[in-house]
Design a protein around this ligand. Structure first.
Ligand code: SF4
Length: 358
Protein backbone atom coordinates (compact mmCIF):
# COMPACT_ATOMS: atom_id res chain seq x y z
CA UNK A 1 0.00 0.00 0.00
CA UNK A 2 1.36 3.46 -0.90
CA UNK A 3 0.76 6.76 0.78
CA UNK A 4 -2.49 8.33 -0.26
CA UNK A 5 -1.75 11.01 -2.97
CA UNK A 6 -5.12 12.68 -2.44
CA UNK A 7 -4.26 13.09 1.20
CA UNK A 8 -0.93 14.63 0.30
CA UNK A 9 -2.63 17.11 -2.03
CA UNK A 10 -5.10 17.98 0.69
CA UNK A 11 -2.27 18.78 3.14
CA UNK A 12 -0.38 20.71 0.49
CA UNK A 13 -3.40 22.79 -0.37
CA UNK A 14 -4.75 23.53 3.08
CA UNK A 15 -2.06 23.28 5.77
CA UNK A 16 -0.10 26.36 6.81
CA UNK A 17 3.41 26.67 8.06
CA UNK A 18 2.70 27.70 11.61
CA UNK A 19 2.82 25.96 15.01
CA UNK A 20 0.30 23.17 15.33
CA UNK A 21 -0.62 19.75 16.62
CA UNK A 22 -1.70 17.09 14.11
CA UNK A 23 -3.53 13.80 14.42
CA UNK A 24 -3.35 10.92 11.93
CA UNK A 25 -6.22 8.45 11.64
CA UNK A 26 -6.46 5.01 10.05
CA UNK A 27 -9.23 3.90 7.62
CA UNK A 28 -11.44 2.89 10.55
CA UNK A 29 -10.95 6.28 12.23
CA UNK A 30 -8.51 4.76 14.68
CA UNK A 31 -6.20 7.46 16.01
CA UNK A 32 -2.74 6.33 14.96
CA UNK A 33 -0.48 9.17 15.90
CA UNK A 34 -0.30 12.63 17.47
CA UNK A 35 2.55 14.97 16.62
CA UNK A 36 3.49 18.61 16.83
CA UNK A 37 5.59 21.05 14.87
CA UNK A 38 6.33 24.74 14.71
CA UNK A 39 6.07 24.43 10.89
CA UNK A 40 3.11 22.15 10.56
CA UNK A 41 2.79 21.99 6.76
CA UNK A 42 6.45 21.12 6.19
CA UNK A 43 6.39 18.56 8.95
CA UNK A 44 3.27 16.74 7.79
CA UNK A 45 4.37 16.72 4.13
CA UNK A 46 7.70 15.17 5.16
CA UNK A 47 5.85 11.95 6.05
CA UNK A 48 5.00 11.47 2.38
CA UNK A 49 8.71 11.46 1.50
CA UNK A 50 9.78 9.06 4.24
CA UNK A 51 12.00 6.21 3.06
CA UNK A 52 10.74 2.65 3.32
CA UNK A 53 11.56 1.05 6.67
CA UNK A 54 11.19 4.20 8.72
CA UNK A 55 8.43 4.68 11.25
CA UNK A 56 7.07 7.61 9.23
CA UNK A 57 6.78 5.37 6.15
CA UNK A 58 4.79 2.76 8.10
CA UNK A 59 2.62 5.45 9.58
CA UNK A 60 1.71 7.31 6.41
CA UNK A 61 0.85 4.06 4.62
CA UNK A 62 -1.79 3.38 7.26
CA UNK A 63 -3.09 6.94 7.42
CA UNK A 64 -6.43 7.73 5.79
CA UNK A 65 -7.07 11.14 7.29
CA UNK A 66 -5.08 13.90 8.94
CA UNK A 67 -6.47 16.74 10.99
CA UNK A 68 -4.70 19.50 12.82
CA UNK A 69 -5.13 22.50 15.10
CA UNK A 70 -2.99 25.56 15.01
CA UNK A 71 -1.58 26.69 18.33
CA UNK A 72 0.05 30.00 19.21
CA UNK A 73 3.55 28.73 19.95
CA UNK A 74 5.89 25.77 20.34
CA UNK A 75 5.58 25.66 24.12
CA UNK A 76 1.84 25.21 23.92
CA UNK A 77 2.21 22.63 21.12
CA UNK A 78 4.49 20.55 23.32
CA UNK A 79 2.06 20.55 26.24
CA UNK A 80 -0.96 19.88 24.03
CA UNK A 81 0.76 16.98 22.27
CA UNK A 82 1.71 15.42 25.61
CA UNK A 83 -1.83 15.71 26.96
CA UNK A 84 -3.40 14.23 23.82
CA UNK A 85 -1.00 11.30 23.84
CA UNK A 86 -1.68 10.66 27.51
CA UNK A 87 -5.41 10.85 27.03
CA UNK A 88 -5.80 9.00 23.74
CA UNK A 89 -2.78 6.63 23.69
CA UNK A 90 -2.37 6.59 19.87
CA UNK A 91 -0.91 3.31 18.68
CA UNK A 92 2.20 4.71 16.95
CA UNK A 93 3.09 7.00 19.84
CA UNK A 94 2.71 4.23 22.37
CA UNK A 95 4.54 1.64 20.27
CA UNK A 96 7.44 3.80 19.25
CA UNK A 97 7.95 6.02 22.22
CA UNK A 98 9.67 4.66 25.28
CA UNK A 99 7.02 4.86 27.94
CA UNK A 100 8.19 6.82 30.89
CA UNK A 101 6.81 5.62 34.15
CA UNK A 102 7.16 7.75 37.19
CA UNK A 103 7.02 6.54 40.73
CA UNK A 104 5.81 8.15 43.91
CA UNK A 105 6.35 7.42 47.55
CA UNK A 106 3.07 6.87 49.31
CA UNK A 107 2.52 7.25 53.03
CA UNK A 108 -0.67 5.32 53.60
CA UNK A 109 -3.60 6.54 55.68
CA UNK A 110 -3.80 3.49 57.93
CA UNK A 111 -3.75 2.90 61.68
CA UNK A 112 -0.06 2.01 61.33
CA UNK A 113 0.90 3.79 58.09
CA UNK A 114 3.30 2.25 55.61
CA UNK A 115 5.75 3.90 53.24
CA UNK A 116 5.39 2.35 49.80
CA UNK A 117 6.68 2.93 46.26
CA UNK A 118 3.74 3.27 43.84
CA UNK A 119 3.24 4.27 40.22
CA UNK A 120 -0.30 5.59 40.63
CA UNK A 121 -1.79 8.32 42.71
CA UNK A 122 -5.29 7.87 44.12
CA UNK A 123 -7.58 10.11 46.14
CA UNK A 124 -7.42 7.76 49.12
CA UNK A 125 -6.32 10.07 51.91
CA UNK A 126 -2.68 8.99 51.60
CA UNK A 127 0.14 11.45 51.02
CA UNK A 128 2.23 11.13 47.89
CA UNK A 129 5.74 12.39 47.26
CA UNK A 130 7.34 12.57 43.87
CA UNK A 131 7.49 12.07 40.96
CA UNK A 132 10.70 10.11 40.73
CA UNK A 133 11.94 8.81 37.40
CA UNK A 134 13.81 5.70 38.58
CA UNK A 135 11.12 3.28 39.65
CA UNK A 136 13.23 0.22 40.52
CA UNK A 137 15.77 2.15 42.51
CA UNK A 138 13.02 3.92 44.41
CA UNK A 139 11.48 0.64 45.57
CA UNK A 140 14.81 -0.39 47.03
CA UNK A 141 15.38 2.91 48.81
CA UNK A 142 11.88 3.08 50.23
CA UNK A 143 12.32 -0.40 51.71
CA UNK A 144 15.53 0.76 53.36
CA UNK A 145 13.86 3.89 54.69
CA UNK A 146 11.10 1.79 56.25
CA UNK A 147 13.71 -0.46 57.84
CA UNK A 148 15.74 2.37 59.26
CA UNK A 149 12.69 4.01 60.80
CA UNK A 150 11.05 0.76 61.93
CA UNK A 151 7.94 1.16 59.78
CA UNK A 152 6.07 -1.92 58.73
CA UNK A 153 5.90 -3.08 55.11
CA UNK A 154 3.53 -6.02 55.49
CA UNK A 155 0.16 -6.18 53.69
CA UNK A 156 -2.45 -3.61 54.66
CA UNK A 157 -4.65 -6.46 55.86
CA UNK A 158 -2.26 -7.38 58.70
CA UNK A 159 -4.02 -6.60 61.99
CA UNK A 160 -2.16 -3.93 63.94
CA UNK A 161 -2.55 -2.47 67.41
CA UNK A 162 -0.45 -0.55 69.87
CA UNK A 163 0.98 -1.03 73.32
CA UNK A 164 -1.60 1.45 74.65
CA UNK A 165 -4.34 -0.90 73.41
CA UNK A 166 -3.00 -4.12 74.94
CA UNK A 167 -5.83 -4.26 77.46
CA UNK A 168 -8.24 -4.34 74.58
CA UNK A 169 -6.36 -6.91 72.46
CA UNK A 170 -4.53 -8.83 75.17
CA UNK A 171 -0.77 -9.33 75.49
CA UNK A 172 1.26 -12.29 74.26
CA UNK A 173 0.73 -11.67 70.54
CA UNK A 174 3.48 -13.12 68.38
CA UNK A 175 5.09 -11.12 65.61
CA UNK A 176 4.01 -12.04 62.11
CA UNK A 177 7.43 -11.75 60.50
CA UNK A 178 11.12 -11.80 61.13
CA UNK A 179 11.50 -8.03 61.03
CA UNK A 180 10.23 -7.82 64.61
CA UNK A 181 13.07 -10.04 65.84
CA UNK A 182 15.60 -8.23 63.69
CA UNK A 183 14.40 -4.98 65.26
CA UNK A 184 13.93 -3.37 61.84
CA UNK A 185 10.21 -2.95 62.53
CA UNK A 186 8.49 -1.49 65.55
CA UNK A 187 6.07 -4.41 65.11
CA UNK A 188 2.58 -3.06 65.59
CA UNK A 189 1.39 -6.54 64.51
CA UNK A 190 2.11 -7.63 68.09
CA UNK A 191 1.39 -4.34 69.80
CA UNK A 192 5.02 -3.51 70.64
CA UNK A 193 5.15 0.24 70.06
CA UNK A 194 2.97 2.85 71.66
CA UNK A 195 0.79 4.65 69.10
CA UNK A 196 2.76 7.88 69.62
CA UNK A 197 6.06 6.08 69.05
CA UNK A 198 4.92 4.68 65.72
CA UNK A 199 3.42 8.02 64.68
CA UNK A 200 6.73 9.74 65.51
CA UNK A 201 8.51 7.32 63.15
CA UNK A 202 5.97 8.08 60.41
CA UNK A 203 6.49 11.78 60.97
CA UNK A 204 10.24 11.33 60.57
CA UNK A 205 9.60 9.57 57.28
CA UNK A 206 7.37 12.41 56.11
CA UNK A 207 9.93 15.02 57.02
CA UNK A 208 12.66 13.07 55.29
CA UNK A 209 10.52 12.73 52.15
CA UNK A 210 9.88 16.46 52.21
CA UNK A 211 13.63 16.94 52.27
CA UNK A 212 13.42 18.63 55.67
CA UNK A 213 15.03 16.15 58.05
CA UNK A 214 18.17 14.07 58.33
CA UNK A 215 17.11 11.84 61.24
CA UNK A 216 17.23 8.53 59.34
CA UNK A 217 20.76 9.32 58.20
CA UNK A 218 21.88 10.27 61.70
CA UNK A 219 20.39 7.06 63.14
CA UNK A 220 22.31 5.02 60.61
CA UNK A 221 25.53 6.90 61.29
CA UNK A 222 25.19 6.15 65.00
CA UNK A 223 24.62 2.47 64.25
CA UNK A 224 27.57 2.43 61.87
CA UNK A 225 29.84 3.99 64.48
CA UNK A 226 28.72 1.45 67.06
CA UNK A 227 29.33 -1.43 64.66
CA UNK A 228 32.77 -0.06 63.88
CA UNK A 229 33.61 0.36 67.62
CA UNK A 230 32.62 -3.27 68.13
CA UNK A 231 34.87 -4.21 65.19
CA UNK A 232 31.91 -5.53 63.25
CA UNK A 233 33.34 -4.10 60.07
CA UNK A 234 31.20 -6.10 57.70
CA UNK A 235 27.99 -4.73 59.17
CA UNK A 236 29.49 -1.23 59.32
CA UNK A 237 30.19 -1.45 55.57
CA UNK A 238 26.59 -2.50 54.88
CA UNK A 239 25.39 0.49 56.88
CA UNK A 240 27.77 2.82 55.08
CA UNK A 241 26.36 1.75 51.71
CA UNK A 242 22.84 2.23 53.00
CA UNK A 243 23.73 5.72 54.23
CA UNK A 244 25.16 6.57 50.80
CA UNK A 245 21.99 5.44 49.04
CA UNK A 246 19.69 7.31 51.39
CA UNK A 247 21.84 10.42 51.20
CA UNK A 248 21.72 10.30 47.39
CA UNK A 249 17.96 9.94 47.54
CA UNK A 250 17.68 12.83 50.02
CA UNK A 251 19.75 15.00 47.67
CA UNK A 252 17.41 14.09 44.82
CA UNK A 253 14.39 15.02 46.92
CA UNK A 254 15.83 18.37 47.86
CA UNK A 255 16.88 19.11 44.29
CA UNK A 256 13.46 18.18 42.94
CA UNK A 257 11.67 20.32 45.53
CA UNK A 258 13.92 23.19 44.61
CA UNK A 259 13.29 22.70 40.90
CA UNK A 260 9.54 22.68 41.40
CA UNK A 261 9.53 25.76 43.62
CA UNK A 262 11.70 27.43 41.05
CA UNK A 263 9.09 26.83 38.34
CA UNK A 264 6.57 29.42 39.55
CA UNK A 265 6.22 32.53 37.41
CA UNK A 266 4.42 34.46 34.71
CA UNK A 267 5.77 33.36 31.33
CA UNK A 268 5.22 35.42 28.22
CA UNK A 269 5.61 33.57 24.91
CA UNK A 270 5.63 35.36 21.55
CA UNK A 271 3.11 33.74 19.26
CA UNK A 272 2.51 33.26 15.56
CA UNK A 273 1.35 36.49 13.85
CA UNK A 274 1.54 38.48 17.09
CA UNK A 275 -0.68 36.10 19.09
CA UNK A 276 1.46 36.42 22.23
CA UNK A 277 0.35 34.42 25.23
CA UNK A 278 0.87 34.50 28.95
CA UNK A 279 1.18 31.31 30.95
CA UNK A 280 0.76 31.29 34.69
CA UNK A 281 3.00 28.49 35.89
CA UNK A 282 2.97 27.42 39.50
CA UNK A 283 5.21 24.62 40.79
CA UNK A 284 5.83 23.50 37.23
CA UNK A 285 2.18 23.26 36.22
CA UNK A 286 0.47 25.51 33.72
CA UNK A 287 -2.48 26.85 35.69
CA UNK A 288 -3.77 29.37 33.13
CA UNK A 289 -3.21 30.50 29.54
CA UNK A 290 -4.19 34.06 28.59
CA UNK A 291 -3.77 36.36 25.66
CA UNK A 292 -1.05 38.90 26.27
CA UNK A 293 -2.92 42.02 27.38
CA UNK A 294 -2.88 45.02 25.08
CA UNK A 295 -4.86 47.44 27.18
CA UNK A 296 -5.99 48.31 30.65
CA UNK A 297 -8.89 45.83 30.83
CA UNK A 298 -6.63 43.05 29.55
CA UNK A 299 -4.07 43.82 32.25
CA UNK A 300 -6.82 43.79 34.88
CA UNK A 301 -7.91 40.37 33.60
CA UNK A 302 -4.37 38.98 33.87
CA UNK A 303 -3.96 40.53 37.34
CA UNK A 304 -7.14 38.80 38.52
CA UNK A 305 -5.90 35.47 37.14
CA UNK A 306 -2.55 35.92 38.89
CA UNK A 307 -4.35 36.63 42.17
CA UNK A 308 -6.42 33.48 41.75
CA UNK A 309 -3.63 31.16 40.67
CA UNK A 310 -0.92 32.27 43.05
CA UNK A 311 -3.28 33.12 45.90
CA UNK A 312 -4.96 29.73 46.14
CA UNK A 313 -3.84 27.16 48.68
CA UNK A 314 -0.98 25.09 47.38
CA UNK A 315 -1.57 21.41 48.04
CA UNK A 316 2.14 20.76 48.13
CA UNK A 317 4.39 18.29 46.41
CA UNK A 318 2.40 15.25 47.50
CA UNK A 319 -0.88 16.15 45.84
CA UNK A 320 0.03 15.11 42.31
CA UNK A 321 -1.56 12.85 39.74
CA UNK A 322 0.79 11.11 37.28
CA UNK A 323 -0.48 13.32 34.42
CA UNK A 324 0.40 16.37 36.48
CA UNK A 325 3.78 14.90 37.21
CA UNK A 326 4.38 14.41 33.48
CA UNK A 327 3.46 18.05 32.88
CA UNK A 328 5.89 19.25 35.54
CA UNK A 329 8.69 17.18 34.09
CA UNK A 330 7.93 18.48 30.60
CA UNK A 331 7.91 22.11 31.74
CA UNK A 332 11.13 21.55 33.70
CA UNK A 333 12.75 20.01 30.62
CA UNK A 334 11.62 22.90 28.42
CA UNK A 335 13.36 25.47 30.59
CA UNK A 336 16.40 23.25 31.06
CA UNK A 337 16.88 22.84 27.30
CA UNK A 338 16.02 26.47 26.55
CA UNK A 339 17.59 28.47 29.36
CA UNK A 340 17.10 31.73 27.44
CA UNK A 341 13.33 31.32 27.84
CA UNK A 342 13.83 32.18 31.51
CA UNK A 343 14.34 35.77 30.42
CA UNK A 344 10.69 35.86 29.42
CA UNK A 345 9.53 34.94 32.91
CA UNK A 346 8.72 37.30 35.73
CA UNK A 347 7.71 36.81 39.35
CA UNK A 348 3.95 37.16 39.82
CA UNK A 349 4.40 39.98 42.38
CA UNK A 350 6.70 41.86 40.04
CA UNK A 351 4.18 41.58 37.21
CA UNK A 352 1.39 42.89 39.45
CA UNK A 353 3.49 45.76 40.75
CA UNK A 354 4.48 46.90 37.27
CA UNK A 355 1.33 46.20 35.32
CA UNK A 356 -1.76 45.96 37.51
CA UNK A 357 -3.96 48.91 36.58
CA UNK A 358 -4.37 51.38 39.45
S1 SF4 B 1 7.06 -7.17 62.12
FE1 SF4 B 1 4.87 -7.22 62.04
S2 SF4 B 1 4.26 -5.12 61.61
FE2 SF4 B 1 6.40 -5.31 61.10
S3 SF4 B 1 6.46 -5.79 58.95
FE3 SF4 B 1 6.51 -7.71 60.06
S4 SF4 B 1 4.38 -8.33 60.17
FE4 SF4 B 1 4.37 -6.18 59.68
Amino acid sequence: MFANPTLREHVRATAENRPGVYRMFGPGEELLYVGKSIRLRTRVLSYFRAPRGEKAWDLIRETARIEWDYVPNEFYALIREMKLIQELQPRFNVRHRRKRIYAFVKVTAEAAPRVLPVTRVAADGATYYGPFPRVKRLAHIVRELAQVLGLRDCPGTTPVFFDDQLEMFGSGQVPSCVRADLRTCLAPCCGRPRAAEYEAAVERARRFLEGRAEAPLRDLETLMQRASDEMNYEYAAVLRDRIDRLRGFRDELVAFRGRMEDLSFVYRVPGFAGDDRIYLIRRGRIRRELRHPKGRSGRARVARAIDEVFGETDLGPGALAPQEAAEILLVARWFRLKPKERRRTVEPDAWLQERRPA
